[in-house]
Design a protein around this ligand. Structure first.
Ligand code: ATR
Length: 288
């Protein structure tokens, strides 16, 4: 953020709650580094006010919004346009000001993709285990399908949710790539080495010692483990992966890159790896 003045453009986050968000730190730091006259703040918005919030923001010529829980689906009817993959997933987290209204994007998806690339983790041709079938898993499942994962075993406590995601991804990419399974069936997975992505809320602070699959033999099949949790910085899932000699990463890079991707859309700039790394160091100090 440079000095606020009559030319300052505003962006912000709508959701509920928003007061613990790290997004202001990401965006205001990017503006400082790039010398862009933009400020980023948070707006707590109740469910019944989503329409008024989106229309009001547009009326105020607000440059862009991020959208978080619980509004990622409910903003969609109030958009002028929506990106193809965000539409298929049915969730947006970034609104970009256009002539006729906001266009919705899902930078949770592009951000997750960039975080994997940053860590040199491949998707194409990979055997993947995806743990959990909530909102985050759904977005990641579409990415894995689109980027050519060989097979994605989608394991969830409630199989029905996994089946719904498998069906939606199949209609989007026209290929049967997701295999829905009950979490407890993990012992029946083909004997291969996997990229395993952990998207359940199990292990989130203050339940640091919980893990969704508590069985050492499972982790021997995992060459790389990605946990989308970043608090704690090293989850029990990551510890188990490392114990079995796998590579483990947390969700902080996903958080970083979803922010960077939104910032780039709003300001029509590209953020360098070095600039992103500087923001990451700041996030680590604040959250890690
Ligand atoms: P998000 O939007 O972050 O993905 P979510 O939509 O609330 O969050 O999804 C939470 C995920 O964690 C779901 O897959 C949930 O499993 P169910 O679909 O069976 O509810 C999973 N989850 C939460 N607590 C769990 C537990 N104790 N054991 C196994 N899975 C759990």
């Amino acid at each position: 953020m440079t000095e606020l003045n009559a030319k300052t453009r505003l962006c912000g986050l709508i959701g509920n709650p928003v007061s613990h968000s790290v997004s202001p730190l990401i965006h205001n730091q990017l503006s400082r580094m790039l010398g862009i006259n933009m400020a980023y703040v948070t707006f707590p918005v109740e469910e019944q006010d989503v329409e008024a919030a989106v229309k009001g923001a547009f009326a105020l010529n607000i440059l862009g919004l991020n959208v978080t829980v619980p509004h990622k689906q409910s903003v969609i009817p109030y958009l002028a346009d929506i990106d193809a993959i965000a539409k298929a997933v049915g969730a947006v987290n970034t609104l970009v000001h256009t002539e006729n209204g906001y266009k919705g994007y899902n930078t949770d998806i592009t951000g997750f993709h960039r975080s994997l690339m940053d860590e040199h983790i491949a998707i194409e041709g990979e055997q993947v285990i995806l743990l959990g079938a909530g909102g985050a898993s759904r977005a990641i499942a579409f990415l894995l399908g689109r980027e050519g994962a060989k097979t994605v075993y989608l394991l969830n406590r409630s199989v029905k949710n996994a089946e719904d995601i498998a069906q939606a991804v199949k209609s989007y990419i026209g290929r049967d790539v997701i295999v829905p399974m009950a979490l407890m069936e993990y012992r029946n997975l083909p004997n291969e080495r996997y990229l395993c992505i952990q998207t359940t809320s199990v292990g989130l602070h203050p339940h640091d010692n919980d893990v969704v699959i508590d069985d050492e033999s499972f982790y021997k099949r995992v060459h790389t483990g990605v946990d989308i949790i970043y608090n704690p910085y090293e989850t029990r899932f990551m510890k188990e992966v490392k114990k079995a000699k796998g590579k483990a990463v947390n969700g902080m890079k996903m958080l970083l890159w979803q922010g960077v991707a939104a910032y780039e859309l709003w300001n029509n700039v590209s953020v360098s790896k070095e600039q992103a790394q500087a923001v990451y160091e700041l996030m680590k100090r604040k959250l890690g």
